[in-house]
Ligand binder design. Structure first.
Ligand code: NAP
Length: 296
């Protein structure tokens, strides 16, 4: 992010508090930059202090906006998600936009201390838990927005609620786990939007497209191939545009429960509209994250 930047894009986010996870690189960092240029007050949730501080400095300088705060957490671990949500709620009376952007894809099987497969833990359970823990603050700040960064890969996902860590069709790790985690995130977005009707809080998700970021550097034996293909992918700046749009545009005020691609609402996979599955996934997720059932 070394380019010089046109300042002051209308300051349409002046006075708005935006929390973005995974904001020290790739799409999240560009989302933060775009919203900082619009005057938002940012809270960046990152796991590596050094990288986070570098990103904060670069964004502040490039956007001419020093209202950027860091919170550190490894979102793989639920106690870290709880801690960071507690830190935010203790110091911020309002939250206008939550962008659940952090994501990863693990090529080998491993479970977190919560007993959850790692790709599912970062890409689905962390956003589920964080969003629920910040929900009262979002409701108190309405109109407010939740933006979940999903993927077109959700279409090939398959969820087995009897064993959320495994998928007999697609395999346990790699693209199988990634697709499953993103399907869960889209189901969650649809269910969240239904539960939030009438509260003034909207929930939407998006596909950023194929974007040249470091996420492709962790593809096991296929890494050199993906690195090569990533040369032809969109820049992170371009990949962040739909996140920025959903976080800030008056055009999507009141729009909820949608899946966006290139700023346009599109139909997500058939499986993602299964309301019974979405409710069962919600109940299971509440149990697996220790949330009380009657939160909404
Ligand atoms: N790039 C694509 O083509 C593409 C396509 C569809 C969807 N997406 C989605 O876009 C989102 C952003 O990904 P990206 O492409 O910008 O990749 P990226 O550059 O690797 O960024 C991912 C971000 O998530 C953070 N993160 C990962 N695991 C974390 C953890 N355990 N705790 C806290 N933060 C964690 C990373 O932190 P570190 O810097 O510390 O690793 C990084 O800031 C992800 O949800 C991804 O699934 C990307």
């Amino acid at each position: 992010m070394t380019r010089t930047v046109p300042m002051n894009l209308g300051q349409v986010m002046e006075g708005k508090v935006v929390l973005i996870t995974g904001a020290d690189s790739g799409i999240g960092k560009e989302t933060a930059l775009g919203l900082a240029r619009m005057g938002a007050s940012l809270v960046l949730v990152c796991r590596d202090r050094k990288k986070a501080e570098t990103a904060k400095e670069e964004i502040a300088k490039a956007a001419g906006n020093a209202s950027i705060e860091l919170l550190l957490a490894d979102l793989l671990v639920q106690r870290e998600v709880r801690r960071v949500a507690g830190e935010f709620n203790a110091t911020h009376p309002r939250l206008d936009v939550l962008v659940n952007n952090a994501g990863a894809g693990f090529m080998s099987y491993g479970e977190t201390e919560d007993g959850i497969e790692r790709t599912m833990a970062v890409n689905y359970f962390a956003p589920f838990l964080l969003t629920n823990l910040l929900l009262e603050t979002l409701k108190n700040s309405a109109p407010s927005r939740v933006v979940n960064v999903a993927s077109s890969e959700h279409s090939s996902g398959h969820l087995d609620l009897e064993n959320i860590n495994k998928d007999s069709r697609m395999g346990t790790v790699g693209s199988g786990a990634y697709a499953r985690s993103k399907l869960a995130l889209v189901l969650f977005t649809h269910e969240l939007a239904r539960r939030l009707q009438g509260t003034g809080v909207t929930a939407n998700c998006l596909n950023p497209g194929a974007v040249r970021t470091k996420i492709w550097n962790n593809s096991g034996a296929l890494t050199p191939l993906f690195r090569f293909f990533s040369l032809f992918m969109a820049s992170a700046e371009k990949g962040a545009q739909t996140s920025i749009y959903l976080a800030s545009s008056p055009e999507v005020k009141g729009v909820s429960g949608e899946y966006f691609d290139k700023k346009i609402p599109k139909r997500s996979s058939e499986a993602s509209y299964d309301e019974t599955m979405a409710r069962r996934l919600w109940d299971l997720s509440e149990r697996m994250t220790g949330l009380v059932a009657a939160r909404l």
